[in-house]
Write a protein that binds this ligand. Sequence first.
Ligand code: ACO
Length: 339
Amino acid sequence: LVNNNKLIARINVDGLKILGTGSYVPELIVTNQMFEAIVDTSDEWITSRTGIAQRHFVSGETSLEMVKAACAGAIADAGIDKGDIGLVICATVTSDYITPALSALLQRELDLPEELLTFDLNGACSGFVYALHVAQSLLQHQPGKYALICAGEILSRLTDFSDRSSCVLFGDGAGAALIGIEENNPYAFAAGAKGNEEFLSCLHPLTGNHHPFGEQKPQQTESPSFLSMNGQEVFRFAVESISKSVANLKQNLQLDNDTITYYVLHQANLRIIYSVARKLAEPLDKFFININKYGNTSAASIALALDNMNRQGLLQRGDTIILAGFGGGLTYGSMLITW
Ligand code: ACO
């Protein structure tokens, strides 16, 4: 355990091993040109300021259907016996229900054993790496050999389609990883949070007193709760926190740039990825990019990226990969895994 500048980095040679990946995106593709018809924007502005060319939106699919498809892909890719799964964590801010959790419903949907620990995790765009780390810790104490970690978001549910500065950014999708613990498999994780609802937030639809006994009258929500964001502040936070977090992780582990095969950052804005690459003095071709196809899918983005890389044959066993998420909270987390 290393404590450097309040950043906690754990190195654990019995690290998590990703044994299989899966993903799902809805069929409906929404291009930048389609936004030109609803807000004052242009394909040129969106592409040059964000790197996004298109995103996928649900047209009927639920969050559960999306994460189920992603998880089924990860289980098939890993080729393990489902009966050996002991833990399911789903990272999401757009579950279909307040309760039950998506992870609990996955037990039924995927015909998983009943002896399971399941819960959803709200870590916004850091959610998938947070869930991987929680699984890495819990797997040592759970009866099952494997954990199923997924992330799925329907951000189009939370998007204000009259706000041109945010509506062009988000997309819907899901990703999943089937993980186990492997001896002598280097692993490290570092996270941080800076509580802030001013720069990025989405009010819960159930706020205020609803019971009939207090002074305050029940609050009538005038409009649905949408995501609001101060893009420039979030941009600054993302670049600073991720550059610092990744640099500290590498410094604590005494890793030089040559050791890292790939960086898989949350896909929020291509310019954030460029800035982080510059600050880390790393070439851009080490940074996997798919934001052009999917936009910002919050917790799902790193999971989706890993599955794309896996299925494109980019990953070799033994590769050292840094995953880095950042977003609502404000939260951030970076993780070193060995493929
Ligand atoms: N089309 C055309 N013009 C636009 C659009 C648009 N879609 N959106 C904003 N503009 C205009 C603005 O009104 C402004 O015009 P003005 O100069 O006349 O006032 C101009 O473009 C520049 O606006 P900025 O906000 O300065 O644009 P910026 O270059 O910062 O890009 C963006 C905005 C893309 C939102 C960027 O700040 C960003 O990506 N921020 C980070 C977002 C992020 O990382 N989110 C992650 C968390 S999300 C989650 O947790 C779910």
